[in-house]
Design a protein around this ligand. Structure first.
Ligand code: C2E
Ligand code: MG
Ligand code: MG
Ligand code: MG
Length: 280
């Protein structure tokens, strides 16, 4: 299997963790079909991101989050299919589909009286390491007409660790397009505080596991404070993920944190619902 997909394929997909290889084969077959079928089974949801410096924590954009409604298998959560999509290389067409949809929507919101709204799109490291990723992003900017500064690409550190210099080079080329870069899920996996200084990033998204415990656990509280302090020192913005209640919000409000995201403000929702609540 690994051979068939090329020994240089970069992926974290772990076959050992798969409970049933039949389900795995079904998933694979259906994902290939769905991808070949113009990605119509994939739907982009939008979760509001709020400006914590505004009076009512008002919406200032959204994160695009993919959903798969498989005709054969029903609803499949991204955490259940993205690792396999990465392993099979299918994350490239799926990710491009999400990027295109999301950029198009953001451009529309910008034209509809919200010129400041921004869209965040997750970019798998598999996508990031494609030779033509910069051209692909440039062509989405051109075809959608989105203002590049309103597009933020979210990347995780996980694989960057292998080849920091290559990753830095790719990210700096992306930034030359005028697009912003966010470091997602910060504080988990392969995080290094040095990445904050070394990587050409605009935003750090602190993983929601820290916010989850911020009200009970001194370590989480101190960690978020420290990262916020470091980030503000070098002019990088902070977005906290997973804000679910007002106690967490109060604690975060006292820190140097400008952006918030979580069920307290809004869950990921279909485009119609997002536009009804936050655009029209
Ligand atoms: P992520 O990029 O860190 O996205 C945030 C996840 O946290 C989303 O899960 C979101 O629904 C969830 N979340 C947001 N606020 C809260 C909260 O207050 N409480 C709780 N419990 N959860 C919250 P989701 O949509 O299931 O996505 C999971 C992961 O799948 C994402 O994590 C991202 O890594 C990946 N993903 C989703 N869409 C895409 C995509 O289009 N491309 C790629 N490459 N990855 C994607
Ligand atoms: Mg994300
Ligand atoms: Mg995240
Ligand atoms: Mg996450």
């Amino acid at each position: 299997e690994a051979k068939r997909n090329g020994k240089n394929r970069i992926s974290y997909y772990d076959e050992q963790t798969e409970a049933s290889s039949y389900r795995r084969l079904d998933l694979e077959k259906n994902m290939r079909n769905a991808t070949m079928n113009a990605c119509r089974e994939f739907e982009v949801f939008y979760q509001p991101i709020v400006d914590l410096n505004s009076e009512n924590n008002s919406c200032c954009g959204a994160e695009a989050l993919v959903r798969w409604n498989s005709e054969q298998m029903g609803f499949i959560a991204p955490t259940d299919f993205i690792p396999l999509a990465e392993y099979l290389g299918l994350i490239n067409p799926i990710g491009e589909y999400v990027l295109e949809q999301a950029a198009k929507k953001c451009k529309y919101w910008n034209d509809m009286g919200h010129p400041e709204y921004k869209i965040n799109v997750n970019l798998s490291v598999v996508q990031l390491l494609q030779n033509d990723i910069v051209d692909k992003i440039r062509s989405v900017l051109e075809s959608t007409g989105i203002n590049p500064k309103n597009l933020t690409l979210e990347v995780t550190e996980s694989l960057a660790i292998n080849d920091m210099d290559r990753m830095k080079w790719i990210l700096s080329q992306i930034k030359e397009l005028g697009v912003r870069v966010a470091l997602d899920d910060f504080g988990t996996g392969y995080s290094s505080l040095n990445h904050i200084r070394e990587m050409p990033i605009d935003v750090i998204k602190i993983d929601r596991c820290f916010i989850e415990h911020i009200a009970e656990d001194d370590f989480s509280d101190a960690f978020v404070k420290m990262v916020a302090e470091l980030a503000s020192t070098i002019g990088v913005a902070i977005c906290v993920e997973g804000v679910e209640d007002t106690r967490q919000l109060e604690m975060i409000k006292r820190m140097k944190i400008s952006l918030g995201q979580g069920y307290l403000f809004g869950k990921p929702m279909p485009i119609e619902e997002f536009e009804k609540n936050y655009v029209m």
